[in-house]
Design a protein around this ligand. Structure first.
Ligand code: AMP
Length: 292
């Protein structure tokens, strides 16, 4: 595995590999099985696997956890090598943002709801850094986790609107054995919160079973989820929402493919989870846009 820290070196690598397909997995590090599952699939389907690790300050709000975001470079390098990463791209802050930017990218759709509403500017930071990464890494295929389903909807728009010649692949959320979605931020949970946090996925499964039984009214499903979370956790609900997916538009009933998404604040961590489901109860496991 090659560890690359500069854009210049990454460009040199690309110039040498003009015909190879490049699978790209962008991450913020503190790797877990969720990241590694994306890497394995990218490794399988491409000649070269590039993973980036970069904690992007642009996507953190002023009161968010940029400074204390968990980092462990040594462990990440070991795990990346083990999973078969060919190039681990780990640029410094100065390398990515050497001067104050004079261009600002702004999402004008798909961000007025869910995490986009709770974290103003977050997705503008995401599309800015990804645009830079797409130019630097020149991936054929890019892999994201459906754990961050709104991010996939946003990247879908980025790739389509700005004509990036890249295929987007969204892969299933990896979970702990008790159902909690894996996240680098789970380390912020206290022991009791860690136990309570399993209720997020349980509430989504409950919603799925209601839909399978033919209950399609949005309000009924949302009320059920809210009650389960409020009754069984000390967390404070940020949102429990249902929108069409990937357009993220209002629905009253589950009569098309929708995302059922939850976000809950615990003392030190805000956790998110979701399922994407059709009115027959079928769950979407993989999202693709482009020539897969
Ligand atoms: P992050 O390091 O949190 O920015 O995540 C990097 C990539 O890993 C994103 O595409 C995430 O959606 C994905 N990811 C994070 N957690 C999981 C998970 N539990 N299962 C699958 N993918 C995940």
């Amino acid at each position: 595995m090659k560890v690359i820290k500069t854009i210049e070196e990454m460009s040199q690598f690309n110039r040498r590999n003009t015909t190879a397909t490049i699978g790209f997995v962008p991450t913020m590090g503190f790797l877990h099985e969720g990241h590694l599952s994306l890497a394995r699939e990218a490794k399988n389907k491409n000649d070269v696997l590039v993973m980036s690790i970069f904690v992007n300050p642009l996507q953190f709000g002023p009161n968010e956890d940029f400074k204390r975001y968990p980092r462990n470079e040594e462990r990440d390098v070991r795990l990346a090598e083990k999973v078969g990463v060919d190039v681990l791209f780990m640029p410094s802050l100065e390398e990515m943002y050497p001067v104050k930017s004079i261009i600002q990218m702004e999402m004008i759709g798909r961000v007025d709801v869910l995490c986009g509403a709770s974290r103003p500017g977050h997705f503008d930071g995401v599309i800015t850094v990804l645009t830079k990464f797409f130019h630097i890494v020149k991936p054929t295929n890019v892999y994201f986790g459906l754990k961050d389903a709104q991010q996939i909807a946003v990247v879908d728009a980025l790739i389509t609107d700005l004509n990036f010649p890249i295929t987007l692949i969204g892969l299933p959320t990896k979970r702990e054995v008790d159902g909690l979605a894996m996240s680098s931020r789970n380390v912020y949970l206290s022991n009791s919160e860690r136990k309570e946090a399993t209720v997020l996925y349980k509430s989504l499964q409950k919603a799925k079973s209601l839909i399978e039984k033919g209950i399609v009214e949005k309000k009924l499903i949302i009320d059920e989820i809210r009650q389960m979370i409020n009754d069984n956790t000390s967390g404070k609900i940020d949102y429990v929402s249902i929108f069409s997916y990937p357009n993220l538009e209002e629905v009253q009933q589950i009569d098309e493919q929708v995302i059922i998404a939850v976000a809950v604040y615990f003392k030190q961590a805000r956790l998110i989870d979701n399922i994407i489901i059709s009115n027959n109860g079928n769950q979407m496991e993989i999202f693709t846009r482009g020539e897969a």
